[in-house]
Design a protein around this ligand. Sequence first.
Ligand code: DAH
Length: 339
Amino acid sequence: MKDKLDGIKCAALDIIERAENTSQLNDARVKYLGKSGEISLLMRDMATVPKEERPAMGKLVNELRAAVENALNAKTELISQLELDRRLKEEAIDVTMPAKGKRTGTLHPLTLITQELIEIFANMGFSVTEGPEIESDLFNFQLLNIPKDHPSRDMQDTFYVNDSILLRTQTSAMQARIMTQSKPPIRVVVPGKVYRSDDDASHSPIFNQFEGLAVDKHITMGDLQGCLQTFAQKIFSKDTKVRLRPSYFPFTEPSVEVDVTCSMCHGKGCRVCKGTGWVEILGAGIVNPAVFDACGIDSSVYSGFAFGFGIDRIAMIKYGIPNIKMLYENDMRFLKQFN
Ligand code: DAH
């Protein structure tokens, strides 16, 4: 019996000594101290020991149990210390690493330009309004002297919702709304999205326009020219010149197309202005009396001027943006530049 105890002790201490992790230690604990572990089973063998030897034998078994228990506990502590050290090393956070920067948003270039435009025209006495993007044929075309089948409808590839409802092709639609709803004097600008079935480097199916309308007694082409001159110098630069060329729009008579000196080369001629020194930026004119009549304003008393341009185009010229799509792709590398 005594030899058996010594054998168990040797084997147990050896296993504990060689254990490398908590789970191996747990296995050893079950093997020797568990309910049917080797040491527990020794108690059963007591029956075979002569009665007078039993107390001494019992003492030896208890000593064995204590020795194994102590060895297990000591090794458990050692291993958990080693495991803790390893985890601390692996999961360490380097507090000297630079933090990930927080990115703050910036206003979109179109928003920046629109805000600037509104301020320029507000300083000239214009108020600001907006209108619906889903518009009726009546305001977008008919009241602006563009009846059904008018050839100028071909210039604006329209997205129709149905026969009489469409996505507005021009903020000019708001001219008709404003003139049917309010009395002169009127001085208003209208920024907003417009839609056309058109898609290339300088055309996007969705883009932004900026409309202006002034109606009062004695308004002349001179007022229009002065207003646009001020606008061009404020949005581009002080030395910007404006040029009016005769043109045609159904809702203005006479109509003009307006060029400004190229802000890239200041009129010398470059790639942006295709060597001419001028870039076309807008359409304008004296409000056609036919439009006044359709909208219920007395054309024998009042006159007015109107103009409209693409905000995108102004942004492209001002910032040298080569493709209109860049304004709608939301590429952070592009947008970040407009801080
Ligand atoms: N609505 C025209 C367009 O989209 C631009 C325009 C031309 C607006 C003349 C006007 C104007 O107010 O008088 O092409």
